[in-house]
Design a protein around this ligand. Structure first.
Ligand SMILES: NC(=O)c1ccc[n+]([C@@H]2O[C@H](COP(=O)([O-])OP(=O)(O)OC[C@H]3O[C@@H](n4cnc5c(N)ncnc54)[C@H](O)[C@@H]3O)[C@@H](O)[C@H]2O)c1
Length: 278
């Protein structure tokens, strides 16, 4: 989609971090932007800040894990701005992982938000974009964790691998329709992702905070530290804007992580060589 000005973007997880930066960047490029988020107070503050800068931004409370809520948010966007062209399925949460404290509730929460949330966005907006015929683009936020397994046994990685795969498949099927797909795979970005428990609905049980003295606690603290020293979200948003305009499937933000993915692919290729030799 080469021309963004005058079009409309819908961004989930838009009250904070990468989603907020995406909303700001799209609005600064002349788009109308609907931010959708589960955290209403933060959403109201985010919309106010952007509107005070003269940007055409609105907000709608939305839980991406609930298709009815996403449908409601979509309707609010159509009523406010008319047709939607860019859909950023970006809302995401991180739950504690590893093999020592496996929690089914945490796995369900993370998969419902990170995986089903992306599916709900595609399910609800794709018929709309196909019907209006003005072109469109999906931006699905995965992660570097969707490309390699360094986090270990993790609902977060499992959800992000799925988002990478869904996006690749979607791109193949939408190309002939002139609708683009980008899958965003950043490594550490300076956001509130390590405080994801703030938005964990009661239906998934209480947030598990690992004992700081345990290996899981030390790992969580290290990940929070890495996130705080990560890339500024505005850099990520700028990369995404280019990807939308130039119709790029993958957006990576940390080229230094190349060796990790090479290691994974080398192991897969070696296994295929073994299969060929047998
Ligand atoms: N920060 C990083 O290092 C990093 C790296 C790779 C990928 N990501 C991904 O980036 C995306 C954005 O996260 P972030 O880092 O900006 O974190 P963040 O916590 O700053 O922002 C996430 C936003 O999603 C919202 N949210 C949470 N659950 C929701 C739900 N059920 N429905 C609607 N909104 C919901 C939160 O309220 C918050 O505003 C996520 O998908 C995350 O997995 C982040």
């Amino acid at each position: 989609m080469q021309e963004l000005a005058g079009k409309t973007a819908f961004v989930t997880g838009g009250a904070s971090g990468i989603g907020y930066a995406l909303g700001q960047a799209f609005a600064e490029a002349g788009m109308r932007v609907m931010l959708a988020d589960i955290e209403t107070d933060a959403l109201v503050a985010a919309v106010e800040t952007l509107r005070n800068s003269g940007l055409e931004v609105r907000g709608v409370t939305c839980d991406v894990a609930d298709p009815v809520s996403v449908e409601h948010a979509a309707q609010a966007s159509f009523e406010t701005f008319g047709n939607v062209h860019v859909v950023c399925n970006n809302a995401g949460v991180a739950g504690s992982g590893g093999i020592d404290n496996i929690s089914l509730e945490t796995w369900r929460w993370v998969l419902d938000v990170n995986l089903m949330g992306v599916l709900h966005g595609v399910f609800i907006f794709l018929p709309h974009i196909r019907a209006h015929g003005e072109g469109g683009h999906f931006v699905n936020t995965a992660s570097w964790a969707g490309m390699q397994s360094g986090l270990g046994f993790s609902s977060y990685s499992a959800s992000k691998f799925a988002v990478v795969n869904m996006s690749e498949g979607l791109a193949i099927q939408l190309k002939p329709l002139g609708i683009g797909v980008t899958v965003l795979c950043p490594s550490f970005v300076r956001t509130r992702i390590s405080e994801s428990g703030r938005n964990r609905p009661e239906r998934y049980g209480p947030t598990q905070v690992p004992d700081p003295a345990s290996p899981a606690g030390a790992r969580a603290a290290r990940l929070a530290e890495l996130s705080q020293s990560g890339l500024d979200p505005s850099n990520v948003a700028a990369r995404v804007l280019t990807a939308v305009c130039e119709d790029e499937l993958y957006v990576f933000t940390h080229p230094e992580t190349r060796a990790e993915v090479e290691e994974r692919f080398a192991a897969i290729l070696a296994a295929l060589d073994k299969a060929a030799a047998r």
